[in-house]
Design a protein around this ligand. Structure first.
Ligand code: F6P
Length: 416
């Protein structure tokens, strides 16, 4: 073959390869943009053709479920920044927890959608502590019925090509995530709740901000308690775990801390109040968790919400104690119920950092295929733990633990 013929042969071959590559990338580009615009369109039934791109497009879903808490937005932001900005993935945010997955209500999240949300309380995705997909409330012919719509949720996830669902939630939402995992959905959990009662992690984000809020309230109650020589009772959240009451009680210098883990008697509370009076301290601060109960008694239930995974809502123990203090012991007292103030507002610096660490780590877990697991804080390190361990039981305050002993050494009584 002459030199010019050989050159011509290689030239033709080169052109052919260039043509093939150009067309392949065009096909990829078309499929890819089709998928992105399909997601940007919130219409429920838009079908997405994913032929041939499953392996090329990596898409993460994210949702926030259960009672909200400060730091949810910081996690969402960290997920989007890491997934889109660093790993080149796509992120779909589902509206109102698992409700959005059942009803196919979602939005595409880009770095632009998360600008400025680090410091904001609440969640840009919305949340709900009802709407369990396995027991979903619907209306049929004017009748309320509960049906298992988890299959519909899985179909929606598949149709959207969600390769991994990052679920930010407490015990109820993460139990739901575990049930979806059993149905073949690849899930990664992020531990959220002001109650700090999730197992398998040392800390949930949102908790420390709630402690700051409760501590601030105790400080303010101190001044008015002292002026009026009263017992001021602060009722804080904490259904089955008294972490907020305990930690805020220590940080705010409370005299009495009543928590679900240590049943109390009113006589012991009165003993403390009287003992302080004897020392010229004519006021006392009582911090009571909403789930605290008297020895041999029950928690005070304020209402039931039937379609919630945990239908019990607590509230009223503070007022009950106050009434008994006045009627049985002649001790004047006032009650403040801190309620949802503990869940609102901007996250503290501590929670912004913890939430950001969880969000970044959750995406890394997804990329490494650590499904069915939850990001957790162990000591000073973030690590992956089994989701099943996280939801198997609640992490309550050890009644004989170091923190309770510390509080007792500081003179705090638990009414036991
Ligand atoms: O689990 C978090 C929590 O804030 C509890 O401490 C509280 O009992 C409950 O949620 C209140 O829920 P809701 O928002 O339905 O009133």
């Amino acid at each position: 073959m002459l030199v010019s013929e050989r050159f011509f042969f290689w030239y033709v071959l080169d052109c052919f390869f260039a043509w093939v590559m150009r067309n392949l990338s065009f096909v990829y580009f078309r499929l890819n943009t089709d998928l992105i615009s399909a997601c940007a369109d919130n219409s429920r039934e838009k079908e997405v053709s994913r032929k041939g791109v499953e392996k090329m497009v990596k898409r993460i879903g994210v949702l926030t479920g259960g009672g909200d808490c400060p730091g949810l937005n910081a996690v969402i932001r960290a997920v989007v920044k890491t997934a889109v900005g660093e790993a080149g993935l796509e992120v779909i945010g589902f509206r109102d927890g698992f409700r959005g997955v059942v009803l196919n209500e979602y939005q595409v999240l880009t770095p632009e959608s998360v600008v400025g949300i680090l410091i904001k309380g609440g969640t840009i995705l919305g949340s709900t502590n009802r709407d369990n997909p396995f027991h979903f409330k619907t209306e049929v012919n004017g009748q309320i019925v509960y049906s298992d719509l988890s299959g519909q949720a899985v179909e929606n996830l598949n149709r959207l090509g969600i390769d991994c669902l990052i679920v930010i939630g407490g015990d109820g939402t993460l139990s739901c995530a575990k049930d979806f995992m059993d149905k073949g959905v690849k899930v990664v959990g992020v531990p959220k709740t002001i109650d700090n009662d999730l197992n398998a992690t040392d800390l949930t984000f949102g908790f420390m901000t709630a402690v700051d809020t409760a501590t601030d309230a105790i400080e303010k109650l101190h001044t008015t308690a002292e002026s009026h020589h009263r017992v001021m009772i602060l009722e804080v959240m904490g259904r089955y775990a008294g972490w907020i009451a305990l930690q805020a009680g220590i940080a705010g210098g409370a005299d009495v801390v009543l928590i679900p883990e240590i049943p109390f008697t009113l006589e012991k509370v009165v003993e403390k109040v009287r003992e302080r009076q004897m020392r010229g301290r004519n006021f006392s601060i009582v911090v009571v968790a909403e789930g605290a109960k008297p020895l041999g008694g029950e928690m005070v239930v304020s209402r039931r919400i039937e379609d919630s995974p945990d239908p019990i809502r607590l509230g009223g123990i503070g007022q009950k104690i106050s009434t008994e203090l006045e009627q049985s012991f002649g001790i004047e007292s006032r009650v403040t119920v801190l309620g949802h103030l503990q869940r609102g507002g901007k996250p503290s610096a501590f929670d912004r950092i913890l939430a950001s660490r969880y969000g970044v780590y959750a995406v890394k877990m997804a990329l490494e295929g650590k499904f069915g697991m939850m990001a957790a804080l162990k000591g000073t390190e973030i690590t992956a733990v089994d989701l099943k361990d996280a939801v198997s039981s609640l992490r309550t305050v050890p009644a004989e633990g170091e923190l309770v002993k510390t509080a007792k050494s500081l003179g705090i009584t638990f009414g036991d």
